[in-house]
Design a protein around this ligand. Structure first.
Ligand code: AMP
Length: 287
């Protein structure tokens, strides 16, 4: 078990591979938390979580160009590598892996990893090619870092389900953990994209959590019709943020992601909404 608070920053695949190989050769175990940086407490909760399952905690920071659509926010995605490294250290992480795009996508790159059916719904239907970028980069991170355990956030629940499928399908010997969503005190799910809001716009971002809370309240009061709950969620969203553009409000089986019309405990209600030009997603497992 490592006890020092030193942190190593590695920028090359070779360097990362060497460190992983040496650590495993000494009988150590590796935990990995992949991120796109601009870290918040949600990310840090994953770093602390993975430390339960491994003695070397690696956090990767890579704003992955292939998972952004041409009209999306790749160029303006917030970045703060120095601040991130300090946060990872404070959270108890040992290694920050910071590959350059040219390392992850060398010239002539043409090998992709795709998960089929699970990626056709929800975010996959809205953002063509998004999951192909995610699965490819995460598979590559798995190959380079060779983790024994990984943690992904429920915040991006479809991503977690897709990556869990990939892990199983491709036979990675990795313990796969899905961790709960951390929220601000008013309920807004923590996200690097929240910083896009001006202080005046920020109160409207709570619309998603309010809509989800409405769904949970209705479910607990006996409502079972997805259509009826969706209608109420739409009204709540519009009330909190009149200009909101709702992309979907969906009710899905947690394992198969199949859309359900009659909700039951364990179904995940999720939504994607653009508020003042910022596309947010959130979800809640009904219980
Ligand atoms: P990102 O940097 O947005 O790609 O996220 C990296 C990881 O952090 C993913 O597994 C996300 O699901 C997870 N994550 C993002 N936001 C939160 C949050 N509010 N609470 C817990 N995990 C989160």
């Amino acid at each position: 078990m490592r006890t020092t608070r030193t942190i190593r920053t590695i920028r090359t695949i070779r360097g990362m591979q060497r460190l992983s190989r040496d650590h495993v050769a000494k009988g150590g175990t590796i935990g990995l938390v992949p991120t796109m940086g601009f870290l918040h407490d949600g990310h840090l909760s994953l770093i602390k979580r993975v430390a339960r399952y491994a003695d070397l905690v690696v956090t990767s920071i890579f704003v992955n160009p292939t998972q952004f659509g041409p009209q999306e926010d790749f160029n303006r995605y917030p970045r703060d590598v120095k601040g991130d490294i300090a946060k990872v250290r404070a959270a108890g992480g040992h290694v920050v892996f910071l590959p350059k795009a040219g390392e992850m996508y060398p010239e002539g790159f043409q090998s992709w990893v795709e998960v089929d059916q699970l990626t056709r719904r929800l975010e996959g239907a809205e953002r063509p090619g998004h999951f192909r970028g995610v699965t490819t980069v995460v598979a590559k991170l798995f190959n380079v870092v060779r983790p024994d355990a990984v943690v992904f956030g429920m915040k991006d629940f479809q991503q977690a389900i897709v990556l869990r499928r990939m892990t199983l399908d491709l036979g990675y010997p990795i313990r796969f953990i899905i961790a709960p969503t951390l929220r601000e005190s008013d309920g807004l799910a923590m996200s690097s994209r929240n910083r896009y809001f001006t202080p005046e716009q920020r109160p409207e971002a709570i619309a998603l959590y309010r809509a989800l809370s409405k769904a949970r309240k209705m479910f607990r009061a006996g409502a079972r019709s997805a259509a009826e709950i969706r209608k109420a969620m739409t009204a709540v969203t519009k009330k909190v943020s009149p200009g909101a553009q709702i992309h979907y409000i969906s009710f899905n089986d947690f394992q198969t992601l199949e859309e359900v019309r009659t909700v039951r405990a364990g179904v995940v209600v999720s939504l994607a909404v653009t508020i003042h030009g910022v596309r947010l997603i959130d979800n809640m497992k009904l219980s």
